[in-house]
Design a protein around this ligand. Sequence first.
Ligand SMILES: NC(=O)c1ccc[n+]([C@@H]2O[C@H](COP(=O)([O-])OP(=O)(O)OC[C@H]3O[C@@H](n4cnc5c(N)ncnc54)[C@H](O)[C@@H]3O)[C@@H](O)[C@H]2O)c1
Length: 452
Amino acid sequence: MKRREFLATGAVGAAGVTLGSPFLLGGSAAGANDKIVLALIGCGSRGLGCIINCCKTNENVTVKTVCDVNRTKLADAAKNIEKTFGYLPGTTEEMQTVFDDKEVNAVWIATPEHWHMPAAVRACQAGKDVYVEKNLSVNIRESRKLVEAAAKYNRIVQAGLQNRSASQGFSAREYIQSGKLGKVVTVKTYFMLGGGQFTEAPEKPVPAWLDWDKWLGPAPYRPFSPSIVSEHGRGGWQNYWAYSGGELDDEASHTIDLTRMVLGDPPHPKSVYAWGGHHVYGGTGETPEFQSVVYDFGDYILTADGGPAFKYMYKAPNSIRNDAAKFPNWRNYSARVEIYGTEGLMYLGRHGGGWQVLGQNDKIVAEDGAVFPDTAHQKNFIECIRSRQKPNGDIEECHRSSTLINMGNIACRVGNKQLLFDGETEKFTNDGQANILARGTYRKGYEIPEDV
Ligand SMILES: NC(=O)c1ccc[n+]([C@@H]2O[C@H](COP(=O)([O-])OP(=O)(O)OC[C@H]3O[C@@H](n4cnc5c(N)ncnc54)[C@H](O)[C@@H]3O)[C@@H](O)[C@H]2O)c1
């Protein structure tokens, strides 16, 4: 395999971190308390926050190495872990160093989206278990390849779609399956976020804190712009198709995945229609400022509407996220899902929003509250690494959810069209350009091979 990127250059070695269970590397179950050694790839606020919380809330779990191509974030992450746990992890700018380290049981991948699948497939090939953030993929083929790699190398792969471990997801699914909502007629999901005009700043020389070539990795080479990556924060990479899939990818990946889960994980839809563009602020980002997507599931239609254009809509505040007795004000809740059955309307939220069913005369006929599910999802990952059971964020189902995001974006990118989809082959049947986008392209040396 050609792996220009994967030349081992980094230094690894962490005081205070001992060898992880050898059983796990071979794919066999380990004891409930066997030590698990993790490495973090992508030290932004998401990855670092999650891995620290995971080590705090699970016994005998440590971080041996942190890896980032942003030297500032890399150093900050190591210091942060030392401050929290009293040991300094090793640091590397080269993820292959982590894959080659036999002491590491599992990797936590929290890079931007264009790196998720190339990194996760290689992690499986190296015998690591994987936690990989949403949206899993930037095209349809690559997350299918991760499904194949997880099966081939007998790996535990948890998708970072944490609502798969949310108590309200399980109870809402049970409620719908019991028939109390009646027959599902239509389903509406929203990702109505605040935002403004995105305009790319002029190119600049690559700053000293960044390995820009490695950050781009599989994506086409282009000059550095401070609009894409920032030293301390996230930057604007989400506005570019090469690295992400916009707000549909960032926000609707959660609501659409949770919706699939409570509907009993339906197979792929028969078609997608999407409309989107820069009709709100006239920005120059590639991903839409507003997007409206319609998926045809045969018995019902699922819609997703949103973008960064709605200042009056809100994500659930911490007071709701951490209190199972509280529900959002559904009307201005940005991540609302509405499942219309013949007997009632279910409002469903992520961020611990819970669900409520509205019956006749404005009456709430059933409800279940919840708390933010990150800790539960991380715990499930660790338990599954030890038990070798399938995790809640099962990669096959989460690949299907990620496929909906990619379908919605591809339908916009080929000119706001309706695309027919063959669920068996995971290909579009009426647009050749759409199939090229569904396969994606990779810089030489970063390809995901047919046979993983
Ligand atoms: N599940 C959730 O609720 C949730 C919440 C926030 C973010 N996320 C996801 O988590 C991921 C990270 O988000 P973030 O906000 O922390 O973004 P970020 O851009 O701040 O962090 C990503 C980090 O990955 C690093 N990186 C890029 N290429 C790399 C490479 N080749 N090797 C090592 N590191 C590399 C970047 O330098 C950066 O520090 C994204 O995929 C995002 O969609 C998920």
